[in-house]
Design a protein around this ligand. Structure first.
Ligand code: ADP
Length: 384
């Protein structure tokens, strides 16, 4: 065989062997692909669409706990990140269901973020989906949980706040009998009885008022109101208290602006602010009440030069039963409900209340309400 034939033969041999390897490689690759399909076939059609449509968190996990499908809610609440479940509590539930085959429904409390104490509350359902997958559904109940907590706190607060004057009245009335022969003692106990009873009356009235305001979304009897008249009435109602403390109430000039609302409620809100301004100032102080209108918003500011409020307490003063100085406030008859009432009244009128304060310098509480439009004022005038 000459060398030319030898070269041709080796080239042909090379082609056959190379081709064979290529063919083997392709077969192997196709097998591999179908193996991946078998290991991770697509989530059944219907399931995928249901998960897409879910508002709450829905997740499908494969046998290695990789997330193969997650609803937008699961991502938004931070339950899933980078194709895995973030919280070990949920992974434990998934593993349990995978090993027992039994579905689980249970409330779960999860950390809201990597640090901090804030938590989220979910009702979690985990079940098998076919033979390979696990389906996890989580309903976010955090808001309901928070409201429940607020309600529990409120009831605890109320019972505590009511218990104190009721307990005092019980003790004082018991003490009256043995002191019957001592008119001085009797008079003293009777005076204290009167104070505690008055306090009890005030708390009860304010609690009822607050519950009424919270229950009502809208105002039942809204009418066109002259803001100057509201301020004059509130000042009038605080007149005696101001005189007792030697406080001068200073009112700005008439502004002739109008708002829509419930007259009695708005006067009560202003009355509470003026009352506080007098209460939390030294004797012989000045309290100013001014009105400003800007871009259709009426601002009524009550300013005092009193004790002021520490910055860490400022956010809390509108909470029910919150008092900066519990003991002192109780002595002065404070219930800690006055500012919650103000807040609810103005919110029911589509407005808000803001506070500026500095310890030792004084405070300004500003009620902001939508101004009644001139068209509305004219319409009211016509209908009269
Ligand atoms: P209270 O019946 O105790 O006055 P409020 O809800 O009206 O209840 O006020 C809550 C707390 O906010 C008060 O106990 C007081 O400590 C503080 N506060 C309210 N208004 C003023 C003010 N003008 N100056 C200083 N502190 C105030």
């Amino acid at each position: 065989m000459d060398s030319g034939w030898l070269v041709l033969l080796s080239v042909a041999f090379g082609l056959v062997v190379g081709g064979g390897f290529m063919a083997l490689f392709h077969v192997a690759e196709r097998r591999g692909n179908s193996a991946v399909d078998v290991v991770n076939p697509a989530v059944p059609d219907g399931v995928s669409q249901v998960i897409d449509a879910l508002e709450s968190a829905g997740v499908v996990l494969d046998p290695s706990n990789n997330v193969v499908k997650a609803s937008p809610g699961a991502l938004a609440t931070g339950l899933v990140s980078q194709q895995v479940l973030v919280h070990s509590e949920l992974i434990d539930l998934v593993n349990t269901v995978r090993s027992t085959g039994e579905p689980i429904v249970q409330p779960v409390q999860l950390a809201r973020g990597p640090f901090g104490d804030a938590s989220m509350h979910f009702l979690v359902r985990v079940a098998r989906l076919g033979s390979r997958y696990i389906l996890l559904l989580a309903e976010d109940h955090s808001e309901t949980f928070r409201l429940d907590e607020v309600r529990r706190d409120f009831i605890a607060n109320i019972s505590h706040e009511l218990k104190t004057p009721i307990g005092a009245i019980a003790l004082l009335s018991e003490a009256l009998d043995p002191a019957a022969d001592d008119p001085e003692q009797v008079r003293r106990f009777a005076k204290r009885l009167h104070t505690e009873a008055a306090r009890l009356t005030r708390i009860t009235q304010e609690i009822i008022e607050l519950s009424r305001l919270q229950a009502a979304d809208t105002l039942l009897s809204a009418e066109l109101l002259d803001v100057d008249h509201l301020i004059a009435s509130a000042i009038d109602q605080n007149h005696v208290q101001a005189e007792l403390r030697g406080t001068t109430l200073v009112k700005g000039g008439a502004k002739h602006v109008h708002v829509f609302g419930d007259e009695a409620l708005l006067i009560m809100a202003l009355h509470n602010l003026v009352g506080n301004a007098i209460q939390y100032s030294l004797d012989n102080s000045r309290v100013g009440i001014g009105v400003r209108v800007e871009d259709g918003v009426v601002e009524i500011a009550v300013t005092d030069q009193g004790l002021g409020i520490a910055s860490e307490d400022l956010d809390r003063v509108f909470e029910r039963f919150f008092r900066v100085d519990q003991a002192r406030s109780r002595n002065t008859g404070g219930t800690g409900l006055g500012l919650s009432i103000v807040k609810h009244v103005v919110e029911n009128h589509g407005g808000d209340v803001r506070v500026w304060s500095q310890l030792g310098r004084g405070s300004t509480f500003t009620i902001r309400l939508p101004e009644a439009s001139t068209v509305a004022i004219a319409a009211q005038g016509d209908s009269r």
